[in-house]
Design a protein. Structure first.
Length: 131
């Protein structure tokens, strides 16, 4: 992938992306000191930086590097609050939904479906030479 690419992943993709920078969207389930746990189709442990301000129960997006032990070292954290999933319809979102084979009822299920779509249709979302 290009240097700027940050593939979207869930917990089940952690092993495939060790030593790579990724994006993970999920629900913050635990905060403790310098660590957080994110529920993203499984549990992901995040090593937080000083700029990360997350709240348990809120949705968050983490951009970070997957370590050898599958912990994600946080570079940037965005807290989406509790309104996650109240999407504004846009052409880009409609394209992503068109890739999904089923209707999803939960907000996090939609985020997981987007991840699956980006991995199933890599050429749409990443440079063709990256495969």
């Amino acid at each position: 992938m290009t240097l700027d690419a940050t593939p979207r992943i869930t917990a089940r993709y952690l092993e495939r992306f060790t030593h790579q920078t990724v994006r993970i969207v999920g629900k913050v389930t635990l905060l403790g000191g310098e660590f957080a746990t994110l529920e993203a189709d499984g549990s992901v442990t995040i090593s937080l930086n000083r700029q990360a301000h997350l709240t348990v129960g809120n949705a968050a997006e983490i951009i970070g590097k997957v370590q050898e032990d599958l912990m994600v070292k946080c570079f940037q954290a965005t807290d989406f609050g509790t309104n996650f999933g109240k999407f504004r319809m846009s052409m880009g979102f409609l394209l992503l939904v068109a890739c999904v084979d089923f209707l999803v009822g939960a907000d996090y299920a939609a985020a997981d479906a987007v991840v699956e779509c980006t991995h199933r249709h890599k050429r749409i979302f990443y440079d063709a030479g990256d495969e």
